[in-house]
Design a protein around this ligand. Sequence first.
Ligand SMILES: O=C(O)CCC(=O)C(=O)O
Length: 284
Amino acid sequence: MGSLVLKLNDEQRDRWAIDGYLHIEGALDENEVAFFAGDLDRIRLLPGYEPSGVQLGHYERIDHAVDTDPEGFMDRRILLEYGQHFIDLIDRPNVFDLIVDIMGPNLMLSMTQAIVRPSTDKFAGYTHTDGGEGLREIRVTETSRPLAMKALYLLSDVTTRDTGAFTVFPGSHVRPFPWYRKPPLNPHADGCVQLMGRAGDCFLFSHSLWHGPAANHGGRARKTLLYNYAQMFLRSYDHGVLPESVFAQCGPRQRRLLGDLGHAFRPGDYFYVPTDQEAVILGG
Ligand SMILES: O=C(O)CCC(=O)C(=O)O
């Protein structure tokens, strides 16, 4: 049915179940990488949501990134307001098809984010699950669909250790994890792997996989884009803050992924999905 053509191969299906993540090489081409990397330099000078000092994981709207140097730290949320190219990445076929295969059709886009990790000796990296305290202790079985997952696009080469690698504890998505230990487990703990990749590669990972950024001592900033997907009955991270102008730029599938069901809210929505859900999601 529809445009869903790309599915996980057997090796990928095993890797997803056993390790909790997948490495997709060359998801973005060279020109796209250059374009998005350059665009992050542009948007850091624009108003947007950046981490608030008030509470971990919370963001507030400010006039521009605190650091205006393109090589400096940035953690920008709600990318969709910065242009069609960010909207089009929501359901980019060579990645989205795999996400639908993993999540099933009853999914939504729950967050967009761009992170620039500067080269510095002041950041040691950290380890967490996605979804905050709520999802930290909720895991599904290895053959279940995940509650949520993320696509992380590398916009920089990460080919040596401690240059801002995305790090994972493979298999931790289905095992108890001693997150309460002091000091906490971190990207240098036993069992943690620094994933190497090229600009344009994409990592798909389950929300319940323990993961996080390594330190970056590489001499240059490491840039990423992050698109988070969740089962529709969950609440979106970016709930209620997407401008109407973004919806106006979206196609039907993108609107649906942003929570537009085509009618005003009625009790039962999102838990019981619209009758055309599969057609919309698979149809492109
Ligand atoms: O690249 C990073 O800074 C880490 C991203 C990460 O840990 C996340 O998306 O949850």
